[in-house]
Design a binder for this molecule. Structure first.
Ligand SMILES: Cc1cc2nc3c(=O)[nH]c(=O)nc-3n(C[C@H](O)[C@H](O)[C@H](O)COP(=O)(O)OP(=O)(O)OC[C@H]3O[C@@H](n4cnc5c(N)ncnc54)[C@H](O)[C@@H]3O)c2cc1C
Length: 141
């Protein structure tokens, strides 16, 4: 449902007697729908004019979050995974199984909250891809 393109006006037309926040809740989480509806949250969909529509779109496109803190111990990551001693960190290839590359959360890396796990996934994937690419080039020449 979230991967669809929506024409806001036709979407509003489909439920003219519903309150704006409830119509938008069909495609957004309820509290976010309420936030982007602003002062028009309780207004019926058929009463939404172009000015309000622009206001909603502005709230969606310019939605900003301020990160106030990270919580130690509250990160969401699968602890455990492939032992780091069994991996060549320069290539991410397994030392035990040739041509087997281990990356991201499949590794025994358990980062703190703050993007470290995502960075692990991206960086190790990059290293593995570069390494495989390099190996392939060698075998073609
Ligand atoms: C709720 C939540 C919040 C998080 N918040 C943060 C955060 O704020 N900061 C942070 O750094 N990290 C966060 N993480 C952790 C971070 O998202 C993961 O560490 C990271 O996405 C792992 O990347 P990955 O590519 O190793 O694995 P994944 O992102 O899990 O990707 C694995 C992919 O493989 C696919 N797959 C599985 N089995 C098969 C199969 N047999 N065939 C084909 N495809 C398959 C899956 O569908 C999935 O798309 C969060 C995790 C969760 C669950």
């Amino acid at each position: 449902m979230y991967n669809k393109d929506y024409d806001l006006q036709s979407f509003l037309n489909s439920s003219p007697h519903k309150e704006l926040k409830n119509v938008l809740s069909e495609i957004f989480p309820h509290r976010f729908a309420e936030f982007i509806s602003g002062e028009y949250a309780a207004k019926k969909a058929h009463l939404i004019d172009s000015k309000i529509r622009d206001n909603i779109l502005e709230n969606i496109h310019n939605f900003k979050l301020t990160i106030t803190k990270t919580n130690f111990g509250e990160e969401t990551v699968t602890a455990g995974g492939y032992d780091l001693d069994e991996i060549n960190p320069k290539t991410m290839e397994s030392k035990l199984h040739k041509n087997l590359y281990i990356i991201g959360e499949a590794l025994n890396i358990d980062g703190f909250c703050g993007g470290f796990n995502l960075q692990n996934a991206w960086s190790t994937a990059y290293i593995a891809a570069e390494s495989i690419n390099f190996k392939n080039k060698l075998s073609y020449n």
